[in-house]
Design a protein around this ligand. Structure first.
Ligand SMILES: [Zn+2]
Length: 316
């Protein structure tokens, strides 16, 4: 008689880990509860405006035990926005971020880190150490391998525990969608790097994936295949990627601001640097406004957002 396969919940229990699936404005958090003497660790910390909520979530899970490590898969605002709040609550905690960001943290360079280009809020923080691909980091009772996962973000890393074949994928692999390939939005290349990150994940052959957004899942092969098909489609028609990114970033903006006058939202699309190339490299101001209007019009038509008295908000 063969044993029934572990569910993601079984694997998490054995790893002493918990996955907190958050809403879209905040990325998921993975908490490693740790043993008696080594404290707890958390991977990714949510969006800055949810800082108090993230602290409360971890306090509730940890009780009197301290949080001793904080790690980020990458420094997007939804993954590192709670760093400062967590460090205020647990001042002894050690913060590690992917090594590629080292030149941009001291002094804090909001533009190089991408916050300015995306027009997203942040609270600066000080890192104490770096996650270097090819090395390991101890989380709870296990050593986790650190792998480079460029594409979505050039400096992103994956964390992989080989015995249970568990992957913390950040935004390099989701179950149902492909994350924006941000370098492509600012005129750099990222599609090939994203393919390589998928190749890396395929070689690791994870049994359980803990993604940056959405529930844990087990069919990594299907997710990789679907991501590859979407990447190929975007590589064949980069304008489609720009449209996809514009929709996703407008949605994110509305999640943050709740309701925005249509004219302000259209102006935001025209002026936000990361969307500047969306209508095309040599687009006229007229074409930029047309692209903004069309993006909002389609989101309304697809019932992703709703409009009432000139105000746009998330539908539902
Ligand atoms: Zn991200």
């Amino acid at each position: 008689m063969s044993a029934s396969p572990d569910t993601p919940a079984d694997t998490l229990r054995r790893l002493g880990a918990r996955l907190f699936v958050r809403g879209w404005l905040s990325a998921n958090n993975v908490l490693f509860e740790g043993g008696a003497e080594d404290g707890a660790a958390v991977v990714d910390t949510g969006y800055v405006t949810h800082g108090a909520q993230t602290v409360a979530l971890l306090e509730h899970a940890l009780g009197a035990r301290p949080l001793t490590r904080i790690l980020n898969t990458h420094l997007h605002s939804d993954h590192c926005g709670g760093n400062a709040a967590l460090l205020r609550r647990w001042p002894q905690a050690h913060l590690s971020v992917p090594a590629g960001y080292a030149p941009h943290l001291r002094p804090w360079d909001a533009r190089a880190l991408g916050f300015t280009d995306m027009d997203q809020q942040f609270e600066p923080f000080e890192a104490h150490g770096f996650l270097v691909p090819g090395t390991t980091v101890r989380l709870g009772l296990h050593d986790w391998e650190i792998h480079a996962a460029p594409g979505h973000d050039p400096h992103a890393v994956l964390l992989f525990e080989p015995a249970s074949r568990t992957l913390v994928s950040g935004d390099a692999l989701w179950e149902g969608r492909l994350a924006i390939i941000f370098p492509e939005l600012v005129g750099r290349s990222g599609f090939e790097a994203a393919q390589q990150a998928l190749d890396c994940i395929e070689r690791l052959a994870p049994r359980v994936v803990l993604p940056g957004h959405g529930e844990a899942f087990t069919d990594a092969a299907a997710a990789i295949e679907a991501s590859r098909r979407r990447l190929e489609a975007f590589m064949a028609a980069p304008a489609k990627h720009h449209q996809y990114a514009a929709r996703a970033l407008v949605t994110y903006h509305l999640l943050e601001h709740r309701a925005v006058p249509r004219a302000d939202l259209e102006r935001w699309i025209v002026e936000t640097p990361v969307l500047r190339l969306a209508p095309g490299e040599r687009a006229t101001p007229q074409e930029r406004h047309e692209f903004a209007r069309e993006t909002v019009r389609r989101l309304v038509a697809d019932a992703v957002v709703s409009e009432e008295n000139g105000w746009i908000r998330m539908a539902g």
